[in-house]
Design a protein around this ligand. Sequence first.
Ligand code: NDP
Ligand code: BG6
Length: 492
Amino acid sequence: MPDVSYYRSNFCVEIHPAPGSLVIFGASGDLAKRKLFPALYHLFRRGLLHEDSRIVGCARTSYSDDGFRDHLRPFLTAGTDEQRNAFLAKIHYIAGDYPDLDFYRRLDRFLDKLEAKSDLPANRTFYLAMPASLYPAIIDKLSETGMLTEGDGEDAPWRHVVLEKPFGRDFESAEALDRDLHSHMREDQIYRIDHYLGKDTVQNILMLRFANLIFEPIWNSQYIDSVQLTVSETLGVEGRAGYYEQAGLLRDMFQNHMLEMLSLAAMEMPASFSPDDVRDEKVKLIKSIRPFDLSELDRVVVRGQYDGYRAEPGVSPESETETYVAAKLEIANWRWAGVPFYLRSGKKLGARKSEIAIVFKSIPHSIFTPIRARDMQPDTLVLNVQPDEGMELTIQAKQPGPKLCMGGLTLSFRYSDLPGGEGFDAYERLLLDAMLGDQTLFIRSDSIAESWRLFTPLLENWSKLPLETYAPGSDGPERAGRLLFADSREWR
Ligand code: NDP
Ligand code: BG6
């Protein structure tokens, strides 16, 4: 066990699970069986699903209630048979076609019937877990059947809609989707998921920065040399070629997960921890990112594809889709002027690792002759997002023994070593928040617009950048190393 004193003066906001119905469209799909239902099961086992809550799966595939429960059972691996059965008993299934209004009327009547069994508010959360092209049609029908209409008054049951990415494929299409959503719902009914925001380390960025005195005073260009953000995966496209060929890495990872993490790490302090105050600051930060200089794109962006990608099932043999991107971003504000933010993400790389590394500047002068200040390893704070969520701080320290030797010393902790730190999946957190009505960890409409405003010009000039091939299991294209080398730096 590591030597950590933790939670000594603990601050906890107690979570009261709200009663309600959760409807999952696309319930027969991959996300539903691998992530959503297991996450709900874990919430249930932790006592975080209200006992009167109801879950209804919807899709075109025909299942009986029991048939659908049997389909889910192998994915509920933890706990006992008794727990699994009690959870599965809460689940119902309705098959139907998305364009068919009668499907929604049947669903509405079914929910009315379930809700009539309890005196508690008939809150409803609709989770859309299918190809995004179907969102407008489903929202339209939910609206037409009155299922998005909330009553008046504080206690009136709410209607929330949870959406999975992609939220458009460029600025125009994202705006069109947004107009469509807003013609049927208010923004505070819309929960756009970025599952990276549900990860503990990502949430901890705000506590680290704004609940401690020691970090914020040095969190700026005076003390920070550069920031590196890495999301490296060992997996390839894994049967998602249809989607991936249309998306590519920039849309799949940069426009959402990478930019969300960057904005939390670099934003100003919000006025409060309320969802809108936090999200106001995130948007402000994204707006401050300097637009890409299209005349010298190849100096700041590297685009790669792993060797063998074109032979993957469903991938075109001439595919120009990128599976790797590295980019240098600059934030044009007082705090970050002159500090480069290096971002990289890729598939089929040598290691699975997601992290944010804050690299501090060298000390201005060394008294430890003959070691010069510039020869010392820089202090580095690494927020490990994955696979072992936690944090590492590397500082200079004396090595034990009679000689005067100095070297890098890493202080680290892992969430998994802490009491209660065992596996609270990002989807558990986000499903819980959507059902509680807390939008802090969901992406607001203006944030999506600003991130597309940044990346759309890049995508429009995408084909002008060479597509570098890299070997599976490597660190990515060789040119990504040169991106930092040109600034006399290197990737961690
Ligand atoms: P799937 O491709 O597995 O689709 C989910 C379900 O949608 C299918 O089971 C199918 O159900 C239905 N469906 C698929 N195509 C159509 C169609 N053309 N018309 C009507 N229904 C259709 O998707 P995933 O479960 O992988 O993903 C769901 C959403 O989550 C997507 O928006 C995806 O981008 C997003 N996402 C997924 C991740 C993952 O790990 N899978 C990760 C992050 C985001 P049926 O035929 O029974 O109606
Ligand atoms: C998803 C992307 O949003 O995030 C996938 O669509 C990617 O391509 C995944 O593999 C990575 O998530 P995680 O949590 O496994 O790092």
